[in-house]
Ligand binder design. Structure first.
Ligand code: HEM
Length: 246
């Protein structure tokens, strides 16, 4: 009898967990958590890309180190892709659920005790987010799946031939249109993260007045640091880095 109960309860627990994902609060929590996860990735990505300021050897060595993770890198990449997909799908669901509720007159702005954060940044989240999603696809095709050693992008690193990712990045950022496109997207990314960071903490229940200012300021600082870091790189390369001689 007890055995039967256990067997019955397993799918019950699973469906209870899944049904939390499907509540309006659950969707917001997932959007917030995955968004914060992406911010951690973007911080790490910026830290790695700062080696572009040092030069070809430092950047190619960094990229090669990542490559050398082998199967672990695939696991990380699949995890990252899953976080991106969950973030986008749940963010779209939250936006349409908010829209539907507003249409039906259920939601008033400045809702239920939480401080309202209605501004340009908050109202354009879905658009800045979708632009970022398109950017990431183009960006990954351009660099990750761009030309490799077989196409002559090879670099000798401590006696070993590795992919010359530095040359690919520098060649790309010698094109003014690519530089302008990147800079524009980086500004939008700053706007997205600024509100997203605040909103994620709200969804996780951190809207005590004592923390409001702190979270807002942290969001502004983080967004500015990330946007500026990624913004400066293409401009620096365009202006100051010489195209490598092949
Ligand atoms: C100046 C700005 C940027 C530069 C120079 C840059 C450079 C690169 C390079 C060279 C790669 C290929 C790495 C490899 O094949 O080992 C890459 C991959 C990637 N970048 Fe960026 N990136 C920039 C901004 C961004 C931003 C703002 C995001 C996200 C919002 C982003 C997301 C990604 C993702 C998701 C990958 C694929 C990671 C992987 O699968 O291993 N990048 N980036």
């Amino acid at each position: 009898m007890q055995q039967a109960d256990k067997q019955m309860s397993r799918p019950g627990v699973l469906s209870a967990v899944l049904s939390i994902f499907n509540t309006s609060v659950g969707r917001k929590v997932i959007t917030g958590l995955t968004g914060l996860g992406l911010v951690v990735f973007i911080l790490g990505h910026l830290a790695g890309n700062l080696s572009l300021f040092i030069g070809a050897e430092a950047f190619n060595a960094y990229a090669h180190k990542l490559e050398s993770l082998g199967p672990l890198l695939y696991v990380i990449e699949i995890g990252l892709l899953a976080v991106f997909v969950f973030h986008i799908v749940y963010a779209i669901a939250v936006t349409s659920q908010n829209k539907a509720a507003r249409k039906a007159g259920y939601v008033q702005h400045g809702d239920a005790g939480k401080p309202s954060q209605k501004n340009l940044s908050s109202q354009t989240m879905i658009y800045t987010g979708l632009i970022l999603a398109v950017f990431i696809v183009v960006h990954v095709v351009m660099f990750k799946f761009g030309p490799g050693m077989g196409s002559g992008y090879a670099y000798e690193l401590h006696g070993e031939q590795v992919r010359d990712l530095h040359r690919l990045v520098v060649e790309s950022f010698k094109n003014i249109w690519i530089v302008l496109g990147y800079c524009a997207v980086m500004l939008l990314m700053g706007v997205h993260i600024r509100h997203g960071f605040w909103s994620a903490f709200q969804s996780l229940g951190a809207y005590h007045p004592r923390y409001t200012r702190l979270i807002q300021s942290a969001g502004v600082l983080l967004a500015a640091a990330l946007a500026l870091g990624f913004f400066v790189l293409p401009i620096y390369i365009y202006l100051f880095v010489e195209l490598p001689t092949v």
